[in-house]
Ligand binder design. Structure first.
Ligand code: CDP
Ligand code: CDP
Length: 236
């Protein structure tokens, strides 16, 4: 292998990708890339400009004035800045969540963000999570995992997450409907839809504690990625 390893973690909303991938990255000494945060950032910017997220021309015009910076933050987290402003927390709002799949469906958005993600991974040593990492962004990743759970389980997790971030928490049926709708939009769009890569390992995480999922990823990495490709242990 000529570069350091790349790990691709894909899956639907609320599957635990961000939480477990960040911890996995720290444990293995890999750079952590949350690509969903990039689609959220573009959505925040489109809303900030008052552009219509459904109109490709309006979204393309918004993209032209966007400077999106992704950098490492404390405890393995990721900081997101738009034109110099920190939007790391703002992009988690329910308003952004409601429109992000519409913005993410535009080819111009996917082309721009995929190119930025590939540039960030050009030297390897990275674990990226999203919807199309194993299928479109890094199709030659050394390990691909499709992380999932039932809609009911993911809605319960999302409720805890919203509460912890101080947002209003909708009822379980409303959250389940929102998650199912976003899954449907992500899985049926024309460009780079959410789907499991043919060579991915599926991990269904209902009833699994966070630590058990992280350990499962570490075990898969040790099993499937040749030892001489491992990064230096825990340099952070
Ligand atoms: O954390 P959560 O599951 O709510 O979603 P996310 O990972 O922050 O991603 C938000 C949205 O961005 C997804 O619903 C997709 O519409 C889009 N996305 C995408 O299209 N491709 C990616 N690689 C990552 C996210
Ligand atoms: O990134 P994604 O939308 O896939 O999920 P996340 O934001 O990492 O996880 C959503 C919520 O589920 C967080 O509050 C996690 O702490 C929680 N979670 C869990 O309870 N059990 C797991 N096995 C994984 C995540």
């Amino acid at each position: 292998m000529s570069r350091s390893p790349i790990v691709a973690i894909d899956g639907p909303a609320g599957a635990g990708k961000s939480t477990v991938t960040r911890a996995f990255a720290r444990r293995l000494g890999l750079i952590y890339l949350d690509t969903g945060a990039m689609y959220r950032a573009v959505t925040w910017w489109v809303q900030h400009l008052g552009a219509d997220p459904a109109l490709p021309e309006a979204v393309a015009a918004a993209l032209a004035g966007l400077d999106l910076q992704i950098s490492a933050a404390a405890e393995g987290a990721q900081q997101v800045c738009i034109n110099g402003h920190d939007v790391t927390e703002a992009i988690r709002s329910p308003e952004v969540t409601a429109q992000v799949s519409a913005v993410a469906a535009h080819g111009c958005v996917r082309d721009a963000l995929t190119a930025q993600q590939q540039a960030m991974g050009s030297r390897g040593g990275l674990v990226a999570e999203g919807r199309d990492i194993g299928t479109a962004v890094f199709p030659d990743a050394d390990l691909k995992v499709f992380l999932t759970a039932t809609v009911a389980e993911r809605a319960r997790r999302r409720a805890q997450d919203l509460e912890a971030r101080g947002f209003a928490v909708p009822s379980q049926p409303v959250l389940e409907a929102e998650i199912a709708e976003r899954d449907h939009r992500d899985a049926t769009r024309a460009v780079a839809p959410l789907r499991m890569a043919d060579d991915a390992v599926e991990l269904v995480t209902d009833g699994m504690a966070i630590e058990a999922v992280i350990q499962a990823l570490v075990d898969l990495f040790r099993d499937r990625v040749p030892h001489d490709a491992w990064p230096d242990p825990d340099p952070q």
